[in-house]
Write a protein that binds this ligand. Structure first.
Ligand SMILES: Nc1ncnc2c1ncn2[C@@H]1O[C@H](COP(=O)(O)OP(=O)(O)OP(=O)(O)O)[C@@H](O)[C@H]1O
Ligand SMILES: [Mg+2]
Length: 593
């Protein structure tokens, strides 16, 4: 997910991740204090047990055993309580950091220009963000704490062991090296298995999703067998990878459990001689063994924790990359609110090239639309109609030239004041998982029922909405009632009309509506357009005929303007575009009847 060539190197990603802790300074300090208290209690425990053995048991000092044992119990209690606090503090803090980061990311994504979202599929983006944020939370709330804890323990314990018996300490520490290496190797193997297993799961899911989503195509083209084969291949791969994992676990886990026990044998074997030789007391030997346990067991997890840290850094890289992408479409400093407009739109020698492309999509477009005028944009697919229309609500800024609304450069007014005066409908209408009413009132959640109904009537949606199971309260969208393409377009149209904007930008608003419905909507639309400045992208001659003026666009250039009837008579290119549409239209009719 590279976006900018100036991506920060890993080290500073780690630093930035740590910087996320800064607003939680107090929690961090409280957590560190509990760690220190817990550590002191933990480290005091073996020493205390050593004293119980050496001073209490060996010298039959009953009066000492009781108080020392009770102190040991007290230390255990302190350890338990501080661990509880530490876990609570670091866990809650990491959850908060994750939530903050998610909110920041989402808000940032909203502010990014349309061109950013064109490049990244939003589903993919959010899925990634979710797993990335999770990795960061695990790192900050768990891996980081573990590593800090373990390294401080390792140092303290190493000192304690060396003080108790330097020779035995060196021997034991040398012996932990093969254990550590084995644990690291096991972890590497398992990481590899997990990565491949995740990939296989992804493949299985994709095949299933595609088969479910594209079931009609699969059946129509007789490719069911193919996807069954693809699925069995993916499932077999998944099984093999998981079996490999089972093999590794069966081999390594018992070995890793065995090792600390072997070490106990060595410590007591060699240590026993040291005790008899007088170099060590029994109590010190027992304490020694216990100290060793504090570092040996956690060593197993170092590899795993380090890979968690690596994942968190990679995740942080991606998250920061998005956060570092500056919105190019934003209010300029000193932008003023656009007052209620008359509705004149002017394209002043506008050229535009998509960031991902080298060919201009628009070339020196010069066009003025008078207040109240309806202009239809006509052109072949890919000629640049949608691009031109997107410049008005400032989804993009032109590379050259200016877009003016009532004489104001759209770059010099605030986005909210501009967009609130423009009703927009795209050719792929989006419905949210909400009721019909909420979908229409999307921009104005407080809109009165009458206003919503009025907009729905104007968009030709009212009748079919009433026929839905719960009328305006029917849930639609991804998790609701399925609507046809034409019905969705009419709801989108109603949504754009609700605010009664002065300017309408309608990108093929009737493309999925059948000819009869179109006629119905057109009757409404004609009345509606009369009160607005409208940029209407349309393919059908009947829709185009509603416009006061038609602009023909070919390869990003305006090649003709005029009345529909005149252009039909005089312009062969215009006739060709409309005729091509007509043929497609008739084909569609034949297919559906
Ligand atoms: N997001 C994008 N990134 C890069 N190029 C794009 C993008 N969107 C459109 N284009 C290109 O710009 C040109 C104009 O596209 P545009 O969508 O404006 O055409 P259109 O006239 O609306 O076509 P249609 O009638 O099919 O909707 C095309 O060559 C297209 O490939
Ligand atoms: Mg288009």
């Amino acid at each position: 997910m590279r976006m900018s060539p100036t991506a920060l190197p890993e080290r500073s990603t780690l630093r930035r991740l740590l910087r996320l802790l800064r607003p939680h300074r107090r929690t961090v300090i409280a957590a560190i204090v509990s760690v220190i208290v817990s550590m002191v209690a933990t480290l005091a425990l073996p020493a205390l047990i050593g004293r119980i053995i050496d001073e209490g048991i060996r010298h039959h000092r009953r009066d000492l055993i009781w108080p020392l044992s009770l102190t040991a119990l007290g230390l255990v209690a302190v350890r338990g309580i501080t661990n509880f606090f530490r876990r609570n503090l670091s866990g809650a803090m990491s959850v908060r950091i994750e939530a903050d980061l998610r909110a920041r990311l989402f808000a940032h994504l909203q502010g990014l220009p349309v061109s950013f979202h064109d490049r990244w599929q939003s589903g993919q983006l959010l899925a990634r963000a979710t797993s990335d944020l999770n990795a960061i939370r695990m790192f900050l709330g768990f891996a980081l704490v573990f590593l800090t804890l373990l390294s401080s323990y390792a140092i303290a314990v190493a000192i304690a062991l060396l003080v108790l018996d330097p020779w035995l300490a060196l021997l034991a520490l040398c012996l932990t090296i093969p254990f550590f290496v084995t644990a690291m190797r096991f972890n590497r193997r398992m990481e590899d298995v997990w990565a491949r297993s995740r990939e296989a799961v992804g493949e299985v899911t994709t095949v299933i999703e595609e088969s479910a989503g594209g079931i009609r195509i699969l059946k129509a083209f007789g490719r069911e067998q193919h996807s069954v084969r693809r699925l069995s291949a993916a499932a077999a791969e998944l099984r093999d990878v998981n079996l490999e994992g089972v093999g590794y676990r069966a081999l390594y886990i018992p070995a890793l459990y065995l090792f600390p026990n072997l070490l106990v044998g060595v410590v007591f074997g060699v240590g026993g001689f040291r005790v008899i030789g007088g170099a060590l007391t029994i109590g010190a030997l027992v304490a020694f063994n216990q100290y060793l346990g504090y570092v040996v067991y956690p060593l197993r997890y170092v590899g795993w924790i380090l890979s968690q840290a690596q994942q968190a850094v990679a995740a942080g890289d991606r998250v920061f990359e998005i956060l570092d992408t500056q919105p190019t479409i934003a209010d300029l400093p000193g932008a003023t609110a656009l007052a209620t407009v008359e509705g004149e739109i002017a394209f002043d020698h506008v050229s535009f090239t998509y960031p991902s492309s080298t060919l201009p999509a628009l070339h020196d477009v010069d066009l003025t639309i008078a207040p109240g005028e309806t202009v239809a944009l006509v052109g072949a697919s890919g000629s640049g109609k949608s691009t031109l229309a997107s410049l008005v609500p400032r989804f993009f800024d032109p590379g050259e030239g200016r877009v003016l609304v009532d004489g104001h450069d759209v770059r010099h007014v605030t986005l909210s004041s501009l967009r609130s005066q423009i009703g927009v409908v795209f050719d792929e209408p989006v419905l949210f998982s909400a009721t019909v009413h909420e979908n229409i009132a999307f921009g104005f959640p407080d809109a009165a029922v009458e206003a919503v109904t009025r907009a729905a009537r104007a968009a030709g949606a009212h009748d079919f909405v009433l026929a839905l199971p719960q009328g305006y309260e029917t849930m639609v969208g991804e998790h609701g009632f399925s609507l046809s393409g034409g019905q969705r377009q009419r709801l989108a149209l109603a949504r754009a009309l609700l605010a009664e904007p002065r300017i309408l930008v309608l990108d093929d608003p009737l493309s999925s509506v059948d000819v009869r419905t179109e006629a119905e909507i057109e009757a409404n639309l004609r009345a509606l357009l009369a009160g607005h400045t409208a940029l209407l992208i349309a393919h059908r001659a009947s829709t185009v005929a509603m416009a006061d003026r038609v602009v023909l666009i070919e390869d990003g250039r305006v090649t003709a303007t005029g009345r529909h009837a005149d252009l039909l008579l005089t312009n062969p290119a215009y006739r060709r575009v409309l005729a091509a549409e007509l043929v497609l239209e008739e084909l569609a009719e034949v297919e559906t009847t």
